[in-house]
Every structure is written in C-alpha cells, then in structure tokens.
Ligand binder design. Structure first.
Ligand code: AMP
Length: 488
C-alpha cells in the first residue's frame, strides 16, 4: 500500500516523496492508521525499522497547522543525537507544512532553545534533563499537550532517566494520546507503560533479536594483547567505505581513536564526555566522509542514522546481547549491505554464547589471513611506527604495516582515496536506499567468499585448511616486533 492510501494529507505524502521513500515499512503500515485514529500505541521496534516516520507522519497530520501557543507534542529521547535526528525528521516530513519543531537538549546554551519555545512551537523534541530545566524555570508548560511520545524507553531507563520520565508524564494532561516505543519491553518497562498509556494497541516488529539479512557478521577471536593490532589489520584489509568502531568505555574509545590516528586513519570520536560541539562535528564529519572511522560508545551511537556505514567493528564485545543487534544494525541500513566484525578474547566464551542464544544463530568465528596471532604483545608506552623494515632497517615514522595484500602496502594519507580492493567494490554502500545486493547471510566460517581480499580460516585450525587458497606471501614487515618502538 502506498503512502497516499494511508490517510495522510497531500502535504505530508509530498514530504515523504521528497525524502525518496516509495513504500511504507511494516511498522509505518501498522502504526500510521492507529496514530491517525487518536489511539495509544506501544511499539516494540528499534531504530532502523522506519519507526521515526511511523510516529512523525501521523502526528504531523493530527497537528494540521501551526498554532502560536505552547507545544502540542512532546517527544522524549534518551540522547542528544537522537533528539536532533528526530527533529530533523519532523522538519523533513513537514517541509510543506508550517508546523514548527524545536529540539531541546543539554550540552549547548539555553538562549536559542528558550527563544524558540517562547516564540511558540508545535513540537518539542527533548532529552529529559534539559526539558526538566525549562519546566522548572516555567519557560515551558505542558498543559496544552495533546500527544506524548516516549521513544527508546529502555535506553532512557538504562541511562537513569526513570525519575525524570515519570515526573514529565505526571506533568502532562491526563487527556492525551501517548505513543511508547522500546526495543524491549521487560516488566519494569511494562509497568511504566501501564501507568502512561490507555488501552494501547501493540505493534511488535520482530527485529530486536534479528540481525539484518543484508549484514554479514563474524567473530574474530584474538588474545587481549593483540586486539588493537587486529583492528588495524582488519581495517587495512577491508574495503570499507566508512566504519563505526565500538568501544565499551569512553576512555577506551579515546584510546582507540588516538592509536588509529597514529596509524594514519581519519577518526572521529563520539561519547558522552565530549562537548556538544565536538559530538556534532564528529557526526557531521563522519557523515560527510571527512572521517573514515568513527569510534563510539553504545549510548552515544544508539540509533544513529548514518547512511552508508559499510562496516561495524566491535572492538569490545557488547555488554549485552541486545546491543550486538543494535550495533550491527548501524550498517546494512535502508537495504544497503554491510559487514560487522566482533573481536573476542578467550575469556568471552560466555558472552559469545549469550549473543548466539539471543539472536538464535551461530556466528562464524574467523581468523584474518596473514595476521600473526602469535606475535609478542606490544609493550606499554609504545608508539606505532609502521611496518617492520626489510633487512633490519628502521621504518619511517607513520609507515603503515602490510599484510601481504598488494593494495595495502605503504602509507595512506588520511584523506587519500582508498586503494582499489582486490574484490569488486560494492556500490551499495555509496547509495543510501540502494537496491539490496544479494549476498549470503553470515556465510559459514569454512566458506570464504570468492574473490575476497582476505581469506578466513576457522579458529583452532591451521591457517591454510586443505582446499583453501594459500595466503599471499607476507611482505617483509607486517605486525612484527619490529613494527613498534619505544617512545623516545
Ligand atoms: P528509523 O528507524 O526511523 O531510524 O529509520 C531508519 C532509516 O530508514 C532512515 O534512514 C530513514 O530515512 C529510512 N526510512 C524510513 N522509512 C522509510 C521508507 N518507507 N522507505 C525508505 N527508507 C525509509
């Protein structure tokens, strides 16, 4: 069924067309009529399903025209990035209407947000902390509210916003429409839903446990001491368009980013300790291609919608299986294809099992051809100095290692075009909403794809299992002891 048959006004159908959407996604098909009818809704769906348009379009339709009074719609989001993204979506869909939307979040000055609220806005999209500030100073009142949207409720609670969320719900008029979205709905979230909603329709989009079919994913077991070297090697051997690297901690993210910069990658960092302007710069730079890699923590990257992320690398295995699905869902979006690698260490067998149980699928465990899994660990306080030189010469500073892949030898300046990959590049990454390229999902470990630049082998097996092509002979250098020298 096309958008025009869903009961949306022509202004919004045109807005959707201008976004390049052709057909509604399943959650849009099911949620739009419910919301247009004024009913409450619980949607268990994560970002990547088209959830934002599923609520934004019918809400814009219900608002009709701009009214110069207090906000009639409040959307609560867990992070600044999500709030900004949802505001952009409202503006995009409503481009042929005069509805006004205002984003309210911390990390920036109060002035502009205050004056937009005072000028009269129809929709406020907010994170709980800054919203409470405006409510406390009485710049913002919720008495005229008609629709309350609680988005990513599970994450909002993870982040400790439960008290604020309950307080905000209590400040809204009892007569209202409430829309409630959460990737998972455990009992404590059900309790909040029972308190906030009246006879809600329930829409479950069963993707929370499923890795998108267009994403090929695998585990890469490695000793803890060689994790960073394997990350560099994976990047070196991968024809990535833009790569999101996940760290469990903010400190870890900073450290990985520092080291990747030293290895000549252009890198952005996104985590909660960065200032708002740094976060915006990182995200914009990653979107525009200024940064080829973005290192992020789970919370900062939750729901981030960047078209064309070709690869996700979990430097740290996620803390819970649900995050595995979320992280991997940052690639393969809008029908493009993607790849996701997760570095695992020997003590993480339990986490691996949990993820596999959660997604109901065995994840191939692979080894990167040519990587020296037996290399001695680099000693602390060392600086990466590039590949070990031939014939014992000292390498030049900043020289990058080679793993026997002809295209990967030698240094590559941060913004230089990537060398041609040995396998055909997949144009799907470059085109948002491109038609899917048929690919096997999570190819079994023993079946590396033909023509792939790097050959995979099963962990615990020799690096050249019979019948597999022998890896290209390693050039002098690579990740050997000689690649690292002590900081002078
Ligand atoms: P969301 O789940 O709202 O974060 O949306 C995920 C991505 O899908 C975003 O890039 C949207 O712009 C895109 N999207 C949402 N709905 C559609 C649609 N009906 N057709 C094509 N792309 C869509």
């Amino acid at each position: 069924m096309p958008f025009s048959k869903l009961g949306l006004p022509p202004t919004l159908v045109n807005g959707v067309k201008a976004m390049g959407y052709v057909d509604p996604t399943p959650i849009q098909l099911r949620a739009i009529p419910v919301v247009l009818g004024g009913g409450d809704l619980i949607g268990s769906a994560q970002t990547g399903t088209g959830k934002t348009a599923a609520f934004a379009l019918p809400v814009l339709a219900r608002l009709g025209k701009h009214e110069a009074r207090g906000p009639r719609v409040l959307v609560l989001e867990p992070t600044r990035e999500l709030a900004a993204q949802v505001e952009t979506a409202f503006r995009d869909f409503g481009r042929f209407t005069d509805i006004r939307a205002t984003v309210v979040h911390g990390g920036v000055g109060y002035g502009r947000q205050r004056s937009e609220i005072q000028a009269g806005t129809d929709i406020v999209i907010a994170t709980p902390g800054r919203l409470m500030d405006f409510l406390n100073e009485r710049t913002l009142r919720l008495d005229g509210l008609q629709i309350l949207i609680l988005d990513e409720v599970d994450r909002m609670l993870d982040m400790g916003f439960v008290k604020d969320v309950k307080k905000i719900i209590g400040l809204c008029p009892r007569e209202r429409q409430t829309l409630f979205f959460s990737a998972t709905i455990p009992p404590e979230i059900n309790a909040i839903a029972a308190f906030a909603l009246r006879n809600p329709a329930r829409i479950e989009i069963g993707v929370a446990r499923t890795v998108n079919k267009s994403v090929t994913h695998a585990f890469y077991p490695v000793g803890t001491a060689l994790k960073f070297e394997l990350l560099v090697a994976l990047l070196e051997k991968t024809d990535f368009h833009s790569c999101l690297v996940f760290s469990r901690t903010k400190h870890g993210a900073d450290k990985i980013a520092r080291k990747l910069k030293a290895a000549n990658h252009s890198v952005a960092v996104l985590h909660a300790n960065r200032s708002q302007s740094q976060r915006v710069e990182a995200l914009e730079g990653f979107k525009s291609g200024k940064y080829e890699v973005m290192v992020a923590t789970d919370i900062a990257a939750r729901g981030i919608d960047v078209a064309g992320v070709s690869h996700v690398i979990n430097y740290d295995i996620p803390a819970n299986p649900e995050d595995y699905v979320h992280r991997i869902g940052r690639t393969g979006r809008a029908q493009a294809v993607g790849e996701a690698y997760t570095l695992t260490t020997p003590e993480q067998a339990g986490e691996i099992r949990d993820i596999e149980r959660f997604i109901g699928q065995k994840v191939p465990q692979l080894k990167l051809e040519g990587f020296n899994y037996n290399a001695p660990p680099p000693r602390p306080a060392m600086v990466y100095q590039g590949a070990a030189p031939a014939h014992g010469q000292r390498p030049a500073y900043g020289q990058r290692p080679s793993y026997g892949h002809p295209a990967s030898s030698g240094p590559r300046p941060a913004h230089a075009p990537r060398p041609a990959p040995a396998h055909a590049p997949r144009p799907a990454h470059a085109a948002p909403h491109a038609a899917p390229t048929p690919r096997p999902h999570a190819a079994p470990a023993a079946q590396p794809r033909a023509g792939q630049a790097h050959t995979y082998v099963q962990p615990g097996q020799p690096e050249q299992p019979s019948g597999h092509p022998a890896p290209a002979p390693r050039k002098p250098g690579g990740l050997s002891r000689g690649g690292w020298t002590r900081r002078p």
